[in-house]
Design a binder for this molecule. Structure first.
Ligand SMILES: C[S@@+](CC[C@H](N)C(=O)[O-])C[C@H]1O[C@@H](n2cnc3c(N)ncnc32)[C@H](O)[C@@H]1O
Length: 272
């Protein structure tokens, strides 16, 4: 990892809830597949870290109706959307990097959020250490860093015109260059010393996308946010024109108009 600060703060991520929920079917499936592997019968206190607009948090609350449920996120916009729906879930604005629970949770669940935070070698043991004995840490993170969608972002920031012209600040390029998710073995090394059981696996989804430039639309709600929020308007236009063109080459629409967008995800379920 190349930088001390977590990338989202560094590059000004700023989330847009409606944009993120656009592909909610594709985004929800790994959340449910992670949830299905949590081996707890009746947890009393559940935390959803990086809860976003709270749609998965509400599923956690429905699955374990007697549990106290807390959703934690550092985006005020995401939490406003989460709070808009009435319910018993508590919401907290905090950064995962320095968040600590007031009482030991039975379950810390995190879907598609922890890759935004650096220093996993400290973060994962720290989160596991917060749990009540027998508690569970359940995490899903996308393995998109070396996929064309994300590799092209870095390449275009480094050289947008084939002549070496960079875009954005060195800080932005460094934040994007950091490897967001480590190899599965790294998480095994981090969590196995204290774990009663540890289940780590990856799944690649062949996502069938509809519409024009669907991969661009997908990343605009997630991985592209630091770039869109950090570039000046003229640079943003240059970036988007080159990126759109190169995405179409990397993910060409099929004759039926659909686009195939493979995306692998890493799942970790540790019982402590
Ligand atoms: C891709 S969304 C996932 C939201 C939700 N977990 C879901 O599955 O729908 C990532 C979320 O992580 C949050 N996030 C990113 N970095 C964070 C950090 N350092 N601390 C707290 N939340 C963070 C973002 O604000 C965003 O809501």
């Amino acid at each position: 990892m190349t930088d001390d600060k977590h990338a989202a703060e560094f590059a000004g991520t700023r989330w847009v809830p409606d944009q993120y929920l656009h592909f909610s079917g594709h985004r929800l499936r790994p959340a449910l597949e992670l949830l299905a592997r949590v081996p707890l019968d009746s947890p009393r206190f559940i935390v959803d870290l990086g809860c976003g607009a709270g749609n998965v948090t509400r599923i956690l609350a429905q699955r374990w109706r007697t549990a106290a449920v807390l959703g934690v996120d550092n985006s005020g916009d995401m939490l406003s959307q989460a709070r808009a729906e009435p319910g018993d879930i508590a919401w907290q604005q905090a950064d995962v990097a320095d968040w600590r629970p007031e009482q030991p949770p039975d379950l810390i669940y995190s879907n598609a959020a922890l890759h935004w935070t650096d220093r996993h070698e400290e973060l994962f043991p720290r989160l596991a250490g917060f749990l009540r004995q027998g508690g569970c840490l359940a995490v899903q993170m996308p393995l998109s860093w070396d996929q064309p969608s994300h590799r092209l972002m870095r390449e275009i920031l480094q050289d947008c015109d084939g002549g070496g012209r960079t875009l954005g600040t060195a800080a932005l390029r460094n934040a994007l260059a950091r490897k967001w998710v480590q190899r599965a073995e790294v998480y095994y090394e981090l969590l196995s010393p204290g774990a009663r059981s540890l289940d780590i696996w990856a799944t690649e989804y062949l996502q069938v996308m509809e519409g024009e430039d669907p991969v661009l639309q997908w990343v605009q709600a997630t991985g592209l946010r630091p770039i869109l929020n950090s570039l000046a308007e003229d640079e943003r236009e240059i970036f988007l024109a080159v990126y759109r063109r190169r995405l179409r080459e990397a993910y060409p629409p099929r004759p039926d108009g659909r686009t195939l967008f493979p995306l692998a995800r890493l799942f970790i379920v540790a019982v402590l």
